[in-house]
Design a protein around this ligand. Sequence first.
Ligand code: FES
Length: 136
Amino acid sequence: MESNENYVEQVVCNQNDLNDNEMKVFDIGEDQKVLVVKQKGEINAIGTKCTHYGAPLANGALSDGRIRCPWHGACFNIKTGDIEDFPGFDSLPCYQVTISKKGDVKCRIGRRGGVYRRAQPARAPTTPTLRLTAET
Ligand code: FES
């Protein structure tokens, strides 16, 4: 675990711990949690509770790029945490994710609720592939 007074950065799982279209809650730091979502080979980390009345989003419905809250149906973007449908009051926090060559998923979360957004979706590093074509 790496941390300073502003953030905690920690490996929370391995990318193989999640199947595609699966989401799980992991502990991070001393008392915080992240919702890690894997979809189309990308891994994202967002807040665990709905901004409406705090429903656990891990029990919600994951569809193409969004999670629908299990209690009243608010929708959130899994890449940005942005609210996309009511009745949520605000967007979710969205956390920086990096994936090591071994597939370890590391999340960075603010110590006091601060949010660390990332610019690019997290994908595991890929090795170059050699493509062979047959000559005719
Ligand atoms: S608690 Fe999520 S929409 Fe109400």
